[in-house]
Design a binder for this molecule. Structure first.
Ligand code: BG6
Length: 277
């Protein structure tokens, strides 16, 4: 592993082992590149993304925590503060020449206590091997119970949005975040308009089928999955997105969102895990 710094001071860690490579920013413990050796990257990263203090990278895997989506208090950041906070890099372990595990940590500070009134410990373990594993463990270090919503907000790179399908969510109920209606999925998901949905009761593997590859996602500690593509108009309104960006990305987010919010008692933990291959 190598520690790197951009001219503006933005720090990240580069990992290379016998089978894969990855890049993780210290801000947000934000994984923004992962590829198997000799293969195309799995994650999408905006060509015009900011690598700047206080701004979330557009692409990779932002960590939405301790709330997913907007906060009732509109002055607070969308998707929580974890993705724009500086994390501590705890350690890296090379389990063998094909497996590197990196651990990052975030704990409450005066600043976080002002906007979210609980003491916590958040640990992210990223395993870089021939598959990608991310495990986000929340421990309640407060005396009071707290409730979180969260997501590993994975942006996948796709050959073209019209050529992909998501399998594994047939018959699942979902909240359509564009209409706030509850609906039910019929068959595979394909894309020809803006999609922003929170699927519920998900326990099986999800498959992103592209022209020349399939990505398999298996979540643990999660029964909700967000599927999102901003399409044409929303892309124009978004930060750090080129006009045609929506054609080459698709978010499938491993989540605890809406009905799947998790209450965590004092000194107890909850882990949200995604295995992607
Ligand atoms: C998704 C939401 O998870 O994140 C979308 O479902 C939202 O509604 C998107 O637009 C991106 O959010 P942000 O804050 O990174 O622009």
């Amino acid at each position: 592993i190598t520690h790197k710094k951009l001219p503006n001071g933005f720090e990240y860690i580069e990992v290379k082992n016998g089978v894969a490579e990855a890049k993780i920013a210290l801000q947000g413990a934000h994984l923004f590149h992962y590829a198997r050796v000799g293969k195309e990257p799995i994650l999408w990263l905006s060509e015009v993304s900011d690598f700047e203090k206080g701004k979330a990278i557009r692409g990779g895997v932002p960590i939405c925590w301790p709330w997913f989506g907007f906060n009732k208090d509109k002055a607070l950041p969308q998707h929580g503060f974890a993705r724009i906070s500086m994390w501590e890099f705890v350690c890296s372990n090379e389990l063998d020449e094909k497996t590197t595990v990196l651990t990052f940590k975030l704990t409450n500070s005066e600043k976080t206590l002002q906007i979210w009134h609980y003491k916590f410990e958040l640990e992210l373990r990223i395993t870089i091997s021939d598959k990608l594993t991310m495990e986000l463990k929340t421990t309640n270090r407060d005396e009071k119970e707290f409730k979180i919503t969260q997501a590993l907000h994975t942006y996948f790179a796709v050959s073209h949005i019209s050529d992909v399908a998501i399998l594994g969510l047939d018959k699942k109920p979902y909240l359509n975040a564009l209409t706030y209606k509850n609906e039910e999925q019929e068959g595979d998901i394909t894309f020809n308009e803006e999609v922003d949905r929170v699927y519920q009761d998900v326990d099986d593997e999800i498959v992103l089928r592209d022209k020349n590859r399939e990505i398999h996602i298996k979540n643990q500690g999660s029964s909700s999955v967000v599927v999102w593509n901003p399409w044409i108009e929303k892309t124009k309104r978004m930060s750090a997105m080129q006009e045609n960006a929506y054609e080459y990305m698709l978010c499938i987010e491993s989540a605890n969102a809406f009905d799947d919010a998790r209450a965590i008692k004092s000194q107890e933990s909850h882990s949200l895990k995604a295995v992607i291959c």
